[in-house]
Design a protein around this ligand. Sequence first.
Ligand SMILES: Cc1cc2nc3c(=O)[nH]c(=O)nc-3n(C[C@H](O)[C@H](O)[C@H](O)COP(=O)(O)OP(=O)(O)OC[C@H]3O[C@@H](n4cnc5c(N)ncnc54)[C@H](O)[C@@H]3O)c2cc1C
Length: 307
Amino acid sequence: MARYPATLTAANKQGYNEEKSFRGNKGVPRQSLPPLLAPLSLDLEESTLKIVVCMKETPSTEVPKSLGADMRLARNPGDTIINPFDEYTIEEGLRQQEKLGGDVVILTMGPGATTEPMRRALAMGATSGVLVSDTALAGSDAVATGRVLAAALKKLSADLVLFGQSSADAYGGIVPAITAEFMGVPLLSFATKVEVEGNAVTIEREADVGYTKATAPLPALVSIAKAINNNPRYPSMKGIMSAKKKPLDTWTLADLGLDAGTVGTGAAKERVTGATPVATQRRREIITGSAGAAQRIFDFLVENKVI
Ligand SMILES: Cc1cc2nc3c(=O)[nH]c(=O)nc-3n(C[C@H](O)[C@H](O)[C@H](O)COP(=O)(O)OP(=O)(O)OC[C@H]3O[C@@H](n4cnc5c(N)ncnc54)[C@H](O)[C@@H]3O)c2cc1C
């Protein structure tokens, strides 16, 4: 079971040293542990590695978007999908589980009227899901989202938390950092490779001149860059059938011990004041007749750097 610093200040003072103690996760390679620490695992609670993937439900990319008078995106619960960036994260979580064992839990904060994206994530292979939903959450900004996710992650005793690089509807890209701040644990951002060994996680991050390596003790948060894997798996028929029976919990603010005054519209420090539609200009060319059509299509694709 993961242990978290009580506050960020406490975490800073301890320099995370407290987190370096061995937790005895099943399936995590132990050969890298300092020999003196290994026998201690006999006295500690044996627990499996708990990987939690934070997944946002976003409006389908195929549905036209509109903003209400309050500048909030009009959301139709029936038209939500897994945030496309989070599909890569779920895939990474499942690959880590295949290597290390343990559980993959999907965590999402949302209106709760639909569980379709959650069911799809479970059908991909995740073990269980948690949906945080409460009417008081409407109008929450990124800070409130981070506050809620942090409380849920602590309740879940997550060891390794994976986030997408951003959401495809709001593109804030800030929720992972805010969540880490509330939890007082490290965030390794924009990972293109993730490796868990012993009680630590190491990532590679793409830089201009190669790769930067960063490491942190568990529990830790990692945000995943889209480049990490190029094909999130499709749910299999067996996965779809078994997803229907997988545990799916719904938690309210009360379950997390959070005060409604710290979330929602009233607590939002950020306000959307305007929005401008993107001007799209589609270049169109109609080719009539078959003579030279194939060559013209080929030239067009080359001119537009498609091939
Ligand atoms: C004033 C204001 C009011 C808003 N009102 C609403 C509202 O009423 N309803 C609403 O749905 N949105 C609302 N939003 C948008 C919502 O607050 C943001 O979507 C949220 O803060 C997350 O920010 P982001 O989408 O930029 O996430 P990013 O920081 O871009 O997301 C990065 C990653 O964080 C994780 N993540 C982000 N959000 C969630 C989540 N909800 N659950 C699990 N994981 C997550 C995912 O892994 C994601 O890939 C509002 C925003 C503002 C500024």
